[in-house]
Design a protein around this ligand. Structure first.
Ligand code: SF4
Ligand code: SF4
Length: 93
């Protein structure tokens, strides 16, 4: 994979505006995170409450079950830990 050339300050939009719609996938906002959610798969019943509340759509579902947490985009807000009724998500450094 070729690395995209970084833009100079003269080339980026004034005021940091995002002018290209649908470009969120390109930005690895997970880099902002200090704590990451770790799920205890053995305890998790796949009720998907954490998925409903995740503001970054970082909990990936496949066939009605949690497949993984997208750490490239999870910002570590900790909401999933708070809402899990079985306390099977822990925020870790
Ligand atoms: S809220 Fe808890 S039990 Fe429910 S899917 Fe998420 S981690 Fe699993
Ligand atoms: S910590 Fe926040 S962003 Fe990351 S998976 Fe949990 S709810 Fe989503």
């Amino acid at each position: 994979m070729t690395k995209e050339k970084e833009k100079t300050w003269q080339e980026i939009p004034i005021g940091g505006l995002i002018t290209e719609a649908g470009n969120a996938q390109k930005y690895k906002t997970g880099d902002w995170r200090t704590f990451k959610p770790v799920r205890d798969e053995a305890k998790c019943t796949n009720c998907l409450i954490c998925w409903i509340y995740c503001p970054d759509s970082a909990i990936i579902i496949q066939d009605g079950k949690i497949k993984e947490i997208d750490y490239d985009h999870c910002k570590g807000c900790g909401i999933c830990e708070k809402v899990c009724p079985l306390k099977c998500i822990k925020m870790e450094k």
